[in-house]
Design a binder for this molecule. Structure first.
Ligand code: PEP
Ligand code: MN
Length: 339
C-alpha cells in the first residue's frame, strides 16, 4: 500500500501517518520528493485500514498496489491447489463433474439420479436439503430428512455428497454427514458463516455472490482460509446483469481471472447461470474450454415436476450425452474426465 501526503502536510501529520501504518504491522519507507512525499508499506499490508488512513489529516490519497487477499493469492502459492473431496481430486488434471437435483425430494429421486449420474462419470452428487428460496412460501427443502436421503444415495453409489449450509447451527450435522459444504451465492458475504466453515476441516464450495466482483469473491475465500481451512473450491454460477433472457449471465472471463489471480480450483455451474435446461450442455462445454476445473450441474429424473429449479434441470439421459461430448473436448485441451 502507498500513502501520498498532501503538498502542505506538517511534520506532525507525517509522524501520525507513519505511526498509523506501523501499527498495522508494516515497515514504512518514506520517499520525499520536491513536490510529493510518499509513504510505502513494506511487508504484509492486509491489516492496514485503507479508509482510516485516507481520513488522516495531511493525507491526500491511499492506493493499494497489491491484492488484499493473501492466502488465496497465486503470488504466494504459485502451484494449483488440488482439493480432495471424499477421494475425488478437484483442481488437478481430471475435470470433476458434480451432478444431482437442485433439491433432495425423495429416496426414489435421489438414489435414481445418483446411480444414473455415476454411470455417466459424475465425480460427486449434489442435492439441497436446506434451500435458500426467494419466497418464504416456496419449498424450503427437506432438512434433516434430506441429509438422510443424501447419505442413502452415497451408500448406494459411493459418490461424495455436496450440499448447502445455510446456518451455523447445522454445521455439526454437516461435519458428520457431508463431504463438501456448499456456501450458496446468497451467503457469499455472510461473514460469520464463512468464519465458521473456516474453522471446519471439510472442503467448502464457495459460490460467487449474485452481484459480487471477483475481488469480493476472493476475499470471501480469504475469510475461510484465514481461519485455517484452505480447502476452498470456487464456483462461478452467473452474475446479475441487465439481461433478463437468461436467469443470470455466465461470466466465463471470471474463470480465467480467478485462475490467474488465485491457486484455488474453479468450477462452473451452467444451470443457475442460464436458468434454461437447453443451454446447459453448450455452456458447460464453453466452461471446460475456458479452463474450469469442473462443473456442477442440476440433473433431475422428472424436471417438469421438480420442486425447485426444474426449468434449468437436465435429465439423466441429457447428462449422459453432455458427459460424452465433454470427454473429447477435455482431451483436446490436455485434460481428462473420469470414465
Ligand atoms: C443451488 O446450488 O441450488 C443454489 C441455490 O445455487 P446458488 O447459491 O448459486 O443460487
Ligand atoms: Mn438450484
Amino acid at each position: 500500500m502507498v500513502l501520498i501526503m498532501r503538498p502542505d502536510f506538517t511534520g506532525k501529520q507525517l509522524e501520525t501517518a507513519i505511526r498509523a501504518m506501523e501499527e498495522g504491522g508494516v515497515k514504512v519507507m518514506v520517499s520525499r520528493g520536491a513536490e510529493t512525499t510518499i509513504l510505502g508499506a513494506e511487508g504484509d499490508s492486509s491489516r492496514l485500514d485503507e479508509e482510516r488512513l485516507a481520513q488522516l489529516e495531511g493525507v491526500e490519497r491511499v492506493m493499494r498496489v497489491s491484492e488484499p487477499y493473501k492466502k488465496a493469492n497465486r503470488k504466494y502459492h504459485p502451484d494449483n491447489s488440488v482439493i480432495d473431496i471424499g477421494g475425488v481430486q478437484v483442481g488437478g488434471n481430471d475435470l470433476a463433474v458434480i451432478a444431482g437435483p437442485c433439491s433432495v425430494e425423495s429416496e426414489e429421486q435421489m438414489v435414481g439420479v445418483a446411480e444414473a449420474v455415476k454411470a455417466s462419470g459424475a465425480a460427486a452428487l449434489r442435492g439441497g436439503a436446506y434451500k435458500p428460496r426467494t419466497s418464504p412460501y416456496a419449498f424450503q427443502g427437506k432438512g434433516m430428512e434430506g441429509i438422510r436421503l443424501l447419505l442413502e444415495a452415497k451408500n448406494a453409489t459411493g459418490l461424495p455428497i455436496v450440499t448447502e449450509l445455510m446456518s451455523p447451527d447445522q454445521l455439526p450435522l454437516f461435519e458428520d454427514c457431508v463431504d463438501v459444504i456448499q456456501i450458496g451465492a446468497r451467503n457469499m458475504q455472510n461473514f460469520d458463516l464463512l468464519k465458521k466453515v473456516g474453522r471446519s476441516k471439510k472442503p467448502v464450495l464457495l459460490k460467487r455472490g449474485l452481484s459480487s466482483t471477483i475481488e469480493e469473491w476472493l476475499m470471501s475465500a480469504e475469510y475461510i482460509m484465514s481461519e485455517g481451512n484452505s480447502r476452498v473450491i470456487l464456483c462461478e454460477r452467473g452474475i446479475r446483469t441487465f439481461e433478463t433472457f437468461t436467469r443470470n449471465t455466465l461470466d466465463l472471463s471470471a474463470v480465467l481471472a480467478v485462475k490467474n489471480q488465485s491457486h484455488l480450483p474453479v468450477i462452473v455451474d451452467p444451470s443457475h447461470a442460464c436458468g434454461k435446461a437447453w443451454m446447459v450442455e453448450r455452456m458447460a462445454m464453453a466452461a471446460v474450454a475456458a479452463g474450469a476445473d469442473g462443473l456442477i450441474v442440476e440433473v433431475h429424473n422428472d424436471p417438469a415436476n421438480a420442486l425447485c429449479d426444474g426449468a434449468q434441470s437436465i435429465t439423466p439421459a441429457q447428462f449422459d450425452s453432455l458427459m460424452k461430448r465433454l470427454r473429447p473436448l477435455a482431451e483436446c485441451i490436455g485434460r481428462s474426465l473420469r470414465a
